[in-house]
Design a protein around this ligand. Structure first.
Ligand SMILES: O=C([O-])CC(=O)C(=O)O
Ligand SMILES: [Mg+2]
Length: 586
């Protein structure tokens, strides 16, 4: 018998499935539901009046614990765990219990928490998602749901969603195909929407599109939570994505932002080109990463003092990140007054077949790579390429750990007074080299940044501060701008504006310490400033639909920002006359 069938009108005696006669009518109190709802739950911070009014009295221990003390209690628990995966599970548990407390803890301890709820730990959590999974968070749309995607979106209990992060799990960080286990990424990215840019969590929706996985380990994993089949590709895949895009607009309107995350290379570029001018969408791995890397390059040139047009850029990898960065870099070079032709000459790429040159013995050059193919003899090994073209800036984004060998790092220091080395692959285990390797091999001369965090390095009595060139400096601020002023077409120039904004926020002190990004502990104020700069760019270039243009953008944004303070659930006190003094109707 269904639960609904058991519920009788208030006070009526009925029978439940266990034949005992009980009063089942409307429960006297829904208080327990409030405690079970992470959006409403304040735990022991409910006041005595609230406990009595809401039917919570007796359901909680008698002590009152305000939010400050709850934060202290959370942190005490957090430090008890001796590994990051347990800390991740603990924090997700908190998110499931009390959303406001979760975001207060994350926001106030962002430097400590980001490596847990985001890269690198989120990567490990995705690899073990079958074990980590506790409660539903986000939507799963599978290839078998073709024709019903809108109905699934209608099952999401929130009617106003402003932003979706979607993955199909094919290339989760640098870890490859994790199928439905990839859900950790949209969830983690959206947590940063709130923690870094104050976007209310209720307006965010994580989605995993499950078309199967080609990861044999997962197909044999008894805990796997996704479809146990090979990836569906081709027209059927495209049909599902197309239906998904249309269903989002039907359910949430054309202003709903759709952030693509961790799709395979072949789909990422294709889908971005297909949808970018008709939908409010961007690809974080192509465009977000591009903006953060270009920002890092612009600020590292403040240290090296080599002007943009005199640099030689070499990319290890020619996938989403490398091509995205290379293309945005061309725009940055052109914006500094050079021709596109000259800008392209400065940028070299290496893929799995070696240096990208026009005539390759091992097959041709395709797609976006064609732009960057050079008239040069083919070279297979990165070491030979570095020796031959002598880059000033070396960027890794192909998830090949150790790709930047000691010889390469030493050569970079030989060819440049201050070499710039970015090991951007995630998580930490996939970085092309470590911060320590870099500083040691270059005798502390290099400017270094990585996608996932590295600790500071002590060398010969000096302290080096590696920067974290992660798109987390970009996507929350861009998303806030997009949502706040209704930007419906997110152009490449928006990301250039974001990159310039981020580079501008790097201070002289940061540069003096070799840091090419603002300190991570400032990421919240950085994201808000970046949002403001993007909003100004959008209004100046007719991209914002929100009308009229706010006169004070900071004040305007403040209205949007999620507040982690608990609200009172008691009714407001009205200034009415006493009831017995009210005139009585004749
Ligand atoms: O998630 C991150 O840390 C950065 C990113 O988008 C990726 O590596 O795919
Ligand atoms: Mg990504």
């Amino acid at each position: 018998m269904s639960v609904a069938a058991n519920i009788a009108p208030e006070g009526q005696i009925t029978k439940n499935s266990s034949t005992k006669e009980v009063i089942i009518g409307r429960p006297r109190s829904y208080g327990i539901e409030i405690l079970r709802n992470p959006i409403l739950n304040k735990g022991m911070a409910f006041t005595l009046e609230e406990r009595q009014t809401l039917g919570l009295h007796g359901l909680l221990p008698p002590a009152l614990v305000d939010q400050d003390k709850q934060v202290y209690q959370v942190m005490q628990n957090f430090y008890r765990w001796d590994n990051d995966l347990d800390r991740f599970i603990f924090m997700i548990g908190l998110q499931d219990r009390s959303e406001k407390l979760f975001y207060r803890v994350i926001t106030e301890n962002i430097e400590l928490m980001m490596p847990i709820i985001y890269t690198p730990t989120v990567g490990l959590a995705c690899q073990k998602y079958g074990m980590v999974y506790r409660k539903p968070r986000g939507l799963y749309i599978t290839i078998h749901d073709l024709g019903h995607v809108y109905d699934i979106l209608c099952n999401w209990p929130v009617d106003i969603v402003k932003a979706i992060v979607v993955t199909d799990g094919e290339r989760i960080l640098g870890l490859g195909d994790l199928g439905a286990y990839g859900m950790g990424i949209p969830v983690g990215k959206l947590s940063l929407y709130t923690a870094c840019a104050g976007i209310p969590p209720q307006s965010c929706l994580p989605i995993t599109i499950d078309v199967g996985t080609n990861n044999k380990d997962l197909l044999n994993d008894p805990l796997y939570i996704g479809l146990r089949q090979k990836r569906v590709t081709g027209p059927e895949y495209d049909k599902l994505i197309d239906e998904f895009m249309k269903a989002v607009v039907k359910r949430y309107g054309e202003s709903c932002l759709i952030q693509f995350e961790d799709f395979g290379n072949h789909n990422a570029f294709r889908l971005l080109e297909k949808y970018r001018s008709h939908y409010c969408t961007f690809n974080d791995d192509i465009q977000g990463t591009a903006a953060v890397a270009v920002a890092g390059i612009l600020s590292s040139l403040m240290i090296t003092k080599v002007c943009l047009k005199n640099n030689v850029f070499l990319f290890q990898g020619a996938g989403e990140a490398s091509i995205g960065i290379a293309k945005l870099l061309v725009k940055a070079i052109v914006a500094s007054g050079q021709t596109e032709e000259n800008a392209l000459k400065q940028i070299w790429l290496v893929d799995s077949k070696g240096l990208i040159v026009k005539k390759r013995p091992k097959g041709g050059v395709e797609g976006e790579k064609v732009l960057f193919a050079k008239d040069h003899q083919p070279l297979d090994k990165l070491e030979d390429v570095v020796e031959s073209i002598k880059p000033t800036v070396l960027i890794g984004a192909a998830a090949i750990p150790g790709a930047f060998t000691e010889k390469i790092l030493k050569d970079m220091a030989k060819f440049n007074e201050i070499p710039v080395i970015f090991a951007l692959s995630n998580p930490t285990s996939k970085a092309e080299c470590t911060a320590e390797d870099t500083y040691k091999a270059t005798d502390g001369k290099a400017v270094f940044a990585s996608g996932s965090p590295f600790d500071k390095v002590e060398l010969k009595g000096k302290t080096f501060h590696p920067g974290q060139g992660n798109n987390a400096y970009i996507f929350p601020g861009v998303a806030l701008a997009v949502i706040a002023v209704d930007i419906r077409c997110i152009t490449e120039e928006v990301f250039l504006a974001a990159a310039e904004s981020l580079a501008k926020m790097v201070t002289k002190e940061d540069l003096a310490e070799g840091r090419v990004y603002p300190k991570l502990c400032q990421i919240r104020s950085v994201s808000l400033q970046l949002a403001e700069d993007v909003i100004n760019y959008a209004y100046n270039n007719n991209l914002a639909y929100h009308y009229p243009r706010p006169s004070n953008i900071q004040e305007f944004l403040r209205d949007f920002i999620y507040n982690t303070d608990y609200e009172s659930y008691l009714p407001p006190v009205y200034n009415w006359p006493k009831y017995n003094e009210l005139p009585i109707n004749a």
